[in-house]
Design a protein around this ligand. Sequence first.
Ligand code: PEP
Length: 252
Amino acid sequence: MRKKIVAGNWKMNNDFNQAISLVNELKRMDTFKDVSVMISPAFPFLKTALDLLENSNIEVISQNVHQNQKGAFTGEISVEMLKSIGVNKTIIGHSERRAYFNENDSVLLEKVTLALSNNLDVIFCFGEELLDRKSNNHFQVVKNQLQNTVLNLDKHLWSKIVLAYEPVWAIGTGETATPEQAQEMHEFIRKCILESYDKTTSENVSILYGGSVKPSNANEIFIKKDVDGGLIGGASLDAKDFHLIIKANSSL
Ligand code: PEP
């Protein structure tokens, strides 16, 4: 059975004190056994967050990682660095990385491959832009993104991957995909995985939706049968809102 997940993408927000307060607030809140919760503070605060959350069920993950093992890449963070402080999962392929840092499918496949071969699990993000949807090209765009990246991986690696479908037009815009739009795309994604692998692989991968999820719309999206949770940006910076979104994904 696949996991229900709610992951917070903090992006480049919160200074040290704000990050610690948010971590402590989340730590005090009730937990739901059927939902895995993850947060991704900025790099300088990962180790502090890990220490504070040591005996909690909140996992601390990275927002990004470099595609090379080590070397002269000023300002970058390696898989080994993350693993050495106890981070075991990273987001890769967020639309902001694609748009502002020119990360294309080929670089993203290098990142995913290096991360997985070093036991750094991956939340892999992808999704179409507004123009793609307006021209009714969104299914093809998503299929291409998958075919150029994760659909090239060995089948056994799929137990270490979570997918996050994030239509670019819905990220940080306040505009959310309708539950029906999310469901039909998630179902399509599972079909693409089925075509490349098998039913077990396509049924077992968790597929998260991301794009302006809030406490007010989380439930109607999460209830859809192929939506296993959410990657949450803005609303993950508010402990109460994030907690309500986690609760919305729980069946308990
Ligand atoms: C994101 O950045 O992954 C995201 C979904 O952001 P927001 O929830 O703010 O739209």
